[in-house]
Design a protein around this ligand. Structure first.
Ligand SMILES: [Fe+2]
Length: 282
């Protein structure tokens, strides 16, 4: 297996269609290159045979590192791994050479039906073995290590016997993969389920956490919803400071998927993350 060490890419944003022209053509007052270090792309959006998305990605890739972030791996499902999906993912990766590939610690369907949602896994020893085996298989097929992201969740299973932070740590160690730590997801899940988000962060193995996600949630009077349509909240920024002090200067990505603002605002948030990280590290 090719030994990817998840290089530190700096501060990036998600590549989203409303910003294609701005990023590719430099359509702004200054006409310059987009003021971010890297882009994360949703892998499935580029699993197409041609057209504008692929042209845009080619242009972006000429100037920037990219990471491929998927939503369909369904690593926790009991369906067999989707070999067709994995082969398209591998093809895309060989064409665009991403710094790494990531997906979520979740399941997204059963009997080949896609729920189009990221569903939590029961945290049991049986599920742990199942997911570890599948990640190893995926890494074998792709020929590289992947990173697995913690999701937001709004429910727990009666069967769960292991705290999420221990489950995620065990997965990463046993499958030999990276962790993509979404600080907004930790905060949303911690708030909804009543655990301490700092304890979560402090329990994870430092060497496995290779990327951060930052995003904004919406407050629904009693619970938080992971909507990616708001500014990052003050408590999530505070968690980010804490995480940077624990895990160091690793790649940080701003996710914004709904009510997407102008590119310049998004880039300014990435810049804010840069300043927070610098001052957290002193
Ligand atoms: Fe995320």
């Amino acid at each position: 297996m090719r030994n990817y060490d998840f290089p530190s890419l700096g501060f990036g944003v998600g590549l989203r269609p409303p910003h294609y022209s701005r990023i590719v053509d430099g359509v702004d007052a200054a006409g310059g290159r987009a003021p971010v270090d890297w882009f994360e792309v949703i892998s499935e959006n580029f699993m197409v045979d041609g057209g504008r998305p692929l042209q845009v990605l080619e242009a972006v890739r000429r100037d920037f590192p990219i990471v491929m972030h998927g939503v369909s791996l369904s690593i926790g499902s009991v369906d067999p791994l989707d070999r067709h999906y994995l082969s398209r993912l591998k093809q895309l990766a060989s064409r665009f050479d991403p710094a790494w590939i990531s997906d979520h610690l979740c399941w997204t369907g059963i009997d080949r039906r896609n729920l189009h949602d990221l569903m939590p896994i029961p945290y049991t020893e049986e599920a742990l073995d199942h997911v570890v085996t599948r990640i190893r298989e995926v890494q074998e097929i792709l020929g590289r290590r992947i990173a697995i992201e913690n999701i937001s969740s709004y429910m727990t299973y009666r069967a769960s016997a292991i705290p999420e932070w221990e489950f995620l740590s065990a997965i990463a160690g046993q499958a030999d993969c990276g962790i993509l730590l979404d600080l907004n997801n930790i905060y949303v899940t911690a708030y909804n389920q009543g655990f301490d988000p700092v304890r979560y962060i402090d329990s994870l193995p430092v060497e496995r956490v290779r990327q951060f996600h930052l995003a904004g949630y919406s407050d629904h009077d009693g619970y938080l919803l992971d909507t990616h349509d708001h500014q990052i909240s003050a408590p999530v920024w505070n968690l980010y400071d804490h995480a940077v002090r624990r895990f160091g200067r690793i790649s940080t990505l701003i996710e914004w998927d709904d009510r997407i603002p102008e590119f310049e605002l998004l880039a300014a948030v990435a810049d804010k993350a840069r300043l927070r990280a610098e001052s957290a590290l002193g």
